[in-house]
Design a protein around this ligand. Structure first.
Ligand code: HEC
Ligand code: HEC
Ligand code: HEC
Length: 221
């Protein structure tokens, strides 16, 4: 774009902006800052080394940017670092291995808000999702999930309860859908250190990448 066309489009932009009322202009500013917040607040899945790393992990409520430090009640809340002490640690997320912490009986979460005697309905059923690329296949374990969650947390809204009836991939997960509805938000995130937790089934020794019909007909040599 040369200088002349640039100044013309700038002039157009000024004309377009000028008739906006004060209220409209304010809306536009709010809408813009909302979009910015969505990107920065959800520190979801910041495995990409180009993205900023969170520095103050498990910050106290008054410093976590979520709770209002000016509110006295914020300071009554127990800081996560204190609450998590003695738990089994992990290398990502909030640095707690919640599955092992539960298994080792270090916590005893209440299953039902009202009835303290209600127990989890744990179902031990692994679902294998074969991945077309060379990474290990994904094992979705029902056991670890149903220790924390009810069937209805996933079925049928997030996943139709039928193997391979749902289509998902890393992109949808990183965008917060499918496994990403929880992973990266309330359960361990996608980081370079967590790939193996989901991709846990090694490919068979004779595995070869699937080829398209075109490359099968005209193999490139
Ligand atoms: C954290 C989410 C989640 C929870 C909680 C969950 N499931 Fe699933 N379930 C899945 C996923 C993912 C699949 C695989 C879907 C696919 O491959 O497309 C699946 C598959 C299934 C299938 C199909 C199995 C097959 O061989 O086709 C059944 C049946 C099922 N779940 C029942 C249950 C029951 C019963 C519960 C509660 C005890 C439960 N699920 C809890 C995520 C969940
Ligand atoms: C409704 C929420 C939810 C969804 C959806 C969900 N998970 Fe989970 N997942 C959890 C929770 C909660 C845990 C236990 C806490 C943790 O490990 O962070 C867990 C644990 C796991 C574990 C066990 C890790 C271990 O240490 O043993 C694996 C593997 C896993 N999820 C994979 C998946 C995959 C793959 C999908 C998508 C097919 C998925 N999850 C969808 C909530 C969910
Ligand atoms: C929360 C579980 C989870 C984690 C963590 C995870 N993946 Fe995945 N990944 C999946 C699932 C589920 C699929 C889709 C499997 C299928 O096709 O059914 C997938 C698919 C893939 C694919 C195939 C292409 C695609 O997008 O479908 C690649 C490559 C991949 N993952 C790489 C990685 C790498 C690298 C990491 C670590 C940075 C990682 N994954 C971490 C669950 C996970």
């Amino acid at each position: 774009m040369n200088f002349k066309t640039k100044s013309i489009s700038l002039a157009f932009a000024l004309v377009a902006v000028a008739p906006l009322s004060a209220v409209q202009a304010e809306d536009a500013v709010i809408a813009q800052s909302d979009t910015i917040n969505v990107a920065s607040v959800s520190a979801v899945n910041t495995f990409n080394r180009n993205l900023k790393k969170e520095t103050n992990i498990n910050a106290a409520p008054s410093e976590d940017g979520i709770h209002d430090p000016a509110n006295d009640s914020t300071h009554v809340l127990q800081p996560p670092k204190e609450a998590f002490s003695g738990f089994v640690t992990s290398k990502f997320g909030n640095y707690v291995d919640w599955v092992k912490t539960l298994e080792e009986g270090k916590i005893n979460p209440r299953w039902d808000r009202i009835n303290p005697a209600e127990e989890a309905f744990v179902m031990d059923m692994d679902i294998v999702r074969e991945v077309k690329s060379s990474v290990p296949d994904v094992i979705f374990p029902h056991r670890q999930h149903t220790e924390w969650l009810a069937c209805a947390n996933c079925h049928p809204t997030i996943f139709i309860p039928q193997q391979n009836a749902n289509q998902f991939n890393m992109s949808s997960i990183l965008l917060g859908k499918d496994c990403g509805v929880c992973h990266g938000k309330v359960s361990f995130p996608v980081t370079t250190k967590s790939c193996g937790l989901c991709h846990s089934k090694p490919k068979p020794a004779d595995w070869e990448p699937p080829m398209s019909q075109a490359s099968l007909k005209n193999p490139w040599k």
